[in-house]
Structure formats: structure tokens, C-alpha cells
Ligand binder design. Sequence first.
Ligand code: DAH
Length: 349
Amino acid sequence: MALPDFLATLEKLLTAAEDAFAAAGDAPTVEAARIEFLGAKSGRLKEAQKGLGTVDKADKPAAGKRFNEVKEAIDIAFQAAQDRLEQSKQTGGGAQATGPLFDTTLPGRPLRLGHLHPITQTIEHLKEIMGRLGFSAAGGPEIEDEWHNFQALNIPPAHPARDPLENFYLSTAGVTAKQPGTGAAPLLLRSQTSTVQIRVMEKTPPPVRIISLGRVYRPDTADATHYPMFHQIEGLLIDRHVTMADLKSVLRLFARSYFGGDVHIRFRPSFFPFTEPSVEVDMSWNDSWIEMGGAGMVDPHVLQAVGYDPEEVSGFAFGLGVERVCARRHNVTDIREFYKNDVRFLEQF
Ligand code: DAH
């Protein structure tokens, strides 16, 4: 055989072998290709080797050299096919996986998006409901003076609600009195959002129709229904001829919007220094009554403290616990869950 013919046969053989091994996607196909090209008895390489004997003597070294190169290249192609199969087995890829290890066409893993905290969601929801009833949102500071937290709300200096064991007083060295009647002006973390009633009425002439939602602080031991920091929703409506019936209507509308149509409310006589008469507000759901907070008709002393004329205007106020209404609606039995920051709890809202 002439050298060029022999070399051409080798090239064809090499191309065919490399194609066959590259395309082989499973063990039986690789094995079939091995037998076809590298088979010891009648493989195509063996056949080509026979041709080597027929090449002219002078061309033998060149022909032999190329033959060895081709044999080595086919061995490498075979080895590569085997390695590939082994890898796809380890990465769990199917027998068909012939591509690179990292499949860039796979869809990505979805990113986990966070969401608002359940209490924040509740605050937004309550604002929305009360907004529909014509109440706008007002705010005030969490660090308060005694005037707004107590005095203007008809809680005199000797009142037990001012007890240091019931409040978080702050060190106030160097602070001077800004409000009338507050003496040395201790500051404290506000214990109720009723403070905002005073702040709004001091600045705004009647009529007033506001809600205020925010944090309040009390040195309570944390248990299933108490936490040293919690949230209240405060409502205040001041106008001419406001009655207790208006208060009850607003609270009933509020409860039905938030919990659903089958909720009832009831008032129990109570006492708060800043309302007269005062009531505890209970809401029923599935045959049990839950205490949600307090309410009443704004005491004339409070109206006087902010410069309103109690002969001209009257009003109602209420203060409910945000954690309580949220827990009730979502069947949460322990309000401490809201502040553990356990994602397994939070992601359910
Ligand atoms: N401030 C009261 C508390 O924290 C709740 C409250 C009761 C608010 C009656 C009111 C009210 O506005 O009229 O316990």
C-alpha cells in the first residue's frame, strides 16, 4: 500500500473513532465502540495495522510513527468517554448527560423574599380600616414627659399608675421642665399611646378624629399575654354631641372589618382616669370573649387640660392591644412568638 493511502485510512479511522466515543452516552455504547475500534481480534485499528505491513519499506518508519499516534489518540478518546460516564454517575446525572458538569441552562433556585412582620402588617391593616371610617393616623414620641403620659390625662402625681415599678423612667439629669405642672420633668418610655391624644389636641382645635399606632413600654414579666414592649392602637374622636353609642358603633365596625362579620363586642364598666364613663372592651369569636382594651368618653378634665371647652365639645377614646387583636385573628396563643424572630413562625403570615 502506498504511504498516502495508508495515512488517509488512518485519518478516517481516527475521526470515526473520536466521533463514536464522543457521542457514546452510556456504558454499552462505549463498550461497543471500544470493540469496534480497539478490539484485539478484529478491531478496526487491528485491521489498519495489517495495512502497515504492506507499506513500502522506506516509508515504514513514517507510517509506523503515525500509526502509533493514531492508536494513542483513540485510546485517549476511549478513556475520556469512560471518565465522563463515571462523573455523570457521581453527580446523579442521567446516563444521557454528556455535557459539562455545570448545566448553565438549568433554571436558578428561586430567591426567598422576606415580608413585613405580622405586627407591622396588622398596623397597616388597622390603619386602613380606621382610615375608611375617617380617622387619620397621628404619631408621638416614645420617650415622653409626665405631662403627656400622666398629668394631662388626669393621672395626678400620687396616682399608682405613676409608680416607678409600673414604668420605665429614664435618667434625666440636666433636663429642665418644659410643660406646666411637671416639676422636675422626669422622662419615661411611654406606657400608653393615650399620650398622642394630648399631643394632637394641644395642636389642633376640634373636631378631631385620629388614631395612633405605636410601641408602648411597661416593666411586665413576659408571658403568653404580656411583653415589656407592645403596641397599642389609640382612637380619639372629639366633636359636638358625641355619645357612647358612637363609640360602640365605631368599635363594632372596626371589629367586624378586622375579624369578620360574626364578631360581637361588649362593654364592661371600668375605670380610667382619662375617661368618664369608662369601659373594658371585649370581643367575641367562636363563643369566647377576649379583652381587647379600654375605652370611654373623654373626661372633661382632659379636655380642659388641652384648652378645649367641655361645655362645647365631647368625645370618645379607646386603646386596644395590637398584639392581642393580631393573635386573636391568627390563633396565636403566645404573644412572645412575635418577638422571637423565628422564621418558621414569621413566614406563616
Ligand atoms: N391607655 C389605656 C391602657 O393603656 C387604654 C385606654 C383605655 C385608652 C381607655 C383609651 C381609653 O383611650 O379611653 O390601658
